[in-house]
Design a protein around this ligand. Structure first.
Ligand code: MN
Length: 289
């Protein structure tokens, strides 16, 4: 199943190029009281909602995906975990390019471990990345992203995929500079997810997916998740040594070589095999224009 969020927090099932509005199933979610439980409320209950999402999508006509405004498929992730320098050729380019490393020695993912991005930086494909620090280089990073479906702590690698609800495309937008990653990658609009979640049963092997990012129709990044230094299972296992993973938590797996700057007015087009594609605009200000 593929599902998205769109327009005014609608929930949609995506089939071919159509969105079927199944928002009515959310009436089946238990009411929330403060303090709310850990995890994203929808993903905490996704498996029980899933059959009704299917039957409702069968019964209702769809509208073209192109006619809706896509939001992040996950509304309230408890945390967004991300992997630094997890492709060898991106490690190589980071070491070679002073505009990326700012004079810092670039170490390996085994040295850094994983880091966290603020959930408030998250947008969907129908929103826009805002690049309004003109004196600073702001880069695209396309990444396979996964959504946790089952709570776990200290998950073994051979159990890791059983904790995945689904996959989506992620863009880990980054200001280059000397500050800590969590600052440079958590500006508002700097985490893009979409176009939808593809449930894990539809992905044959997450460590064998071609993907590509174009800016203004020029290919910038093109790779395969088979080149990950730490693969999907290893990232889940590693992150869960420190953090309990809850449904709705997101793990971004890292970006390959070819990172480069975007400017206001640019259009990014991201594609991952078996997941889909999305187009994301870059704007120069947070005000509507
Ligand atoms: Mn990244």
């Amino acid at each position: 199943m593929r599902f998205c969020r769109f327009n005014d927090h609608r929930l949609g099932v995506v089939r071919d190029a159509l969105v079927h509005d199944v928002t009515a199933v959310l009436d089946g979610l238990p009411p929330l009281r403060w303090p709310t439980p850990q995890g994203d409320h929808f993903f905490n209950h996704f498996e029980s909602l899933r059959p009704r999402m299917q039957t409702l999508a069968d019964a209702l006509p769809g509208v073209p995906v192109s006619s809706v405004r896509l939001l992040s498929p996950v509304a309230n992730p408890g945390k967004i975990v991300a992997a630094p320098v997890n492709y060898q050729l991106h490690l190589d380019e980071s070491r070679a390019d002073k505009a990326i490393n700012f004079g810092n020695q670039v170490k390996t993912i085994s040295d850094y471990g994983v880091f966290l991005k603020a959930a408030s930086s998250m947008i969907g494909a129908g929103q826009a990345v805002v690049a309004d620090w003109p004196e600073r280089r702001i880069d695209h990073e396309i990444e396979l992203a996964l959504v946790v479906g089952k709570k776990g702590f200290r998950i073994a690698e051979d159990q890791a995929l059983a904790h995945v609800a689904g996959y989506m495309i992620g863009l880990d937008m980054t200001i280059r500079g000397t500050e800590d990653r969590s600052f440079r990658k958590s500006l508002d609009t700097f985490t893009v997810f979409g176009p939808h979640v593809v449930t894990a049963d539809e992905i044959s092997d997450p460590n064998r997916l071609d993907f590509e990012l174009q800016v203004n129709q020029q290919t910038r990044q093109k790779a395969n998740t088979g080149q990950l230094i730490w693969n999907v299972q290893k990232l889940i296992s590693y992150a869960s040594q420190a953090y309990t993973l809850y449904p709705g938590d997101i793990i971004m797996t890292g970006t390959p070589e070819g990172v480069g700057p975007v400017l206001p007015g640019d259009t990014m087009h991201a594609w991952i095999d078996q997941i889909g594609e999305m187009t994301v605009a870059v704007r120069g200000s947070h005000s509507a224009d």
